[in-house]
Design a protein around this ligand. Structure first.
Ligand code: AMP
Length: 409
């Protein structure tokens, strides 16, 4: 399959070619014709699958077919400001040949400047739901010309409690419009939202439950909780890992771990919701420039970060639910590149690991490191040595057959 078969114009094709993309990703091959056909779309896709281009490219093409009215014709709702920024960047990259005005409005930034930008006229508006409501209430945005709405990472927007603003925004739009909903998972609340606001959508699903996890080699190390940091530092230097995105459960945990890694000689920075927007942008660009090796993040802060070909993701704390696990490991192995996701699992997290395996329908090869054998119960679960690389699924586990011996908690 090539981009030229998807019905895109020559200008868009050349923008794609200049990005060096040789062929569409699976979600792009399916979503681009669907969006061009004008139908509503409901797609299971997470970050890393090329989903941003999957909706941006056809929408740019459609925008080019009609004259600008100065009022937003495309509205993209995203859960975070980072993701909003990335959508704006994509529109600028792929739509460089068009005279389009694109802006993002999100919380945490002075509203005055946003009002000024909106007043000057906008074709593509990217917004976080809360801030958009703010503009609607002030009468500083006019959504009467919106032809297409994109709900990007809908599951995460609902997780973040945005259901009411989203419903209000969608209900305020009049006339026939096209609605595109992208979500990593289709749980009850997302399905309900789709039922209410999408009409006869084309459903697009990627083949595996994990979606982008196909290119990701997963591994878990059993280790005592208080030795996780030492193991991480050891693995990073012993195996010469490049850049690593490390997930912690709490903001404080993220700060603390970044400081400890620094003390171990690994340049690190933390990114989480208590940091100012300026600090978050600075941390992210330092990581992108490779001037820090480890970026320690909480789930919410990491959401939507666009980091090309990240080789390693580490679950320093296991996430509470499997969706977050899938989101996290989707940060590596992006768009065809191979990645590795390593989980550090303490004694009290083993049930969580099993729960994640049940949902991702994949056994995560589990092992211990000879210098960090856990002293807590269940240490005999696996063999020593490196995890069984390259193997996914049932055969990969070291001595995992003894999982039945684990204590019930
Ligand atoms: P996304 O899922 O939208 O966050 O995109 C993930 C990454 O894949 C981004 O860095 C894109 O630049 C890149 N990408 C998007 N489409 C393609 C493609 N067809 N071929 C290669 N890389 C792509």
């Amino acid at each position: 399959m090539s981009f030229s078969e998807l019905g895109l114009s020559a200008d868009i094709l050349s923008a794609v070619a200049s990005q060096g993309y040789s062929e569409p990703t699976s979600i792009q091959a399916q979503a681009i014709p669907a969006v061009l056909s004008g139908s509503d779309v409901m797609a299971t896709a997470q970050t890393g699958t090329g989903k941003t281009a999957a909706f941006t490219l056809p929408l740019l093409q459609k925008l080019g077919e009609n004259r600008s009215s100065g009022k937003p014709r495309v509205l993209v709702l995203t859960p975070t400001r980072e993701l909003a920024g990335q959508v704006v960047d994509s529109v600028a990259t792929y739509g460089g040949h068009m005279r389009l005005r694109t802006t993002a409005v999100y919380g945490g930034m002075p509203i005055g400047k946003q009002i000024g930008t909106l007043k000057k006229g906008v074709d593509v508006l990217v917004a976080t739901p809360g801030r958009l409501i703010d503009h609607l209430e002030r009468g500083t945005v006019d959504l009467s010309q919106v032809e297409t709405v994109v709900l990007d990472e809908a599951d995460r927007m609902l997780d973040m409690g945005f259901i009411q603003p989203i419903e209000r925004i969608l209900a305020s739009l009049r006339g026939r419009r096209q609605t595109l909903l992208f979500s990593a998972t289709f749980n009850g609340p997302v399905r309900k939202l789709a039922e209410r606001f999408l009409s006869d959508p084309q459903r697009i699903e990627l083949a595996t439950p994990g979606g982008a996890t196909d290119n990701v080699e997963q591994a878990a190390y059993l280790v005592d909780g208080n030795r996780k940091r030492a193991l991480l530092s050891h693995l990073m230097s012993e195996e010469e890992w490049g850049q690593v995105l490390v997930f912690t459960r709490t903001k404080r945990g993220a700060d603390k771990l970044a400081e400890q890694l620094e003390r171990d000689g690994i340049s690190s920075t933390a990114i989480h919701g208590d940091k100012t927007q300026g600090a978050r942008t600075k941390a992210l660009s330092a990581f992108k420039r490779s001037s820090v090796q480890a970026l320690v993040a909480t789930d919410v802060a990491a959401r939507g970060l666009d980091i090309d070909r990240l080789p390693h993701v580490v679950n320093y704390d296991l996430p509470d639910n499997a969706d977050d696990y899938v989101h996290r490991i989707g940060r590596t192995g992006r768009a065809g590149a191979q990645g590795r996701a390593v989980s550090l699992v303490s004694g009290d997290e083993r049930n969580q690991l099993s729960a994640i395996e049940r949902v991702v329908k994949d056994r995560i090869p589990t092992t211990t490191h000879e210098a960090f054998v856990p002293t807590q119960t269940g240490a005999n679960r696996s063999k020593q040595g490196g995890p069984n690389r390259g193997s996914k699924g049932g055969g990969g586990r070291g001595n995992g057959g003894n999982r039945g011996q684990r204590p019930n908690r």
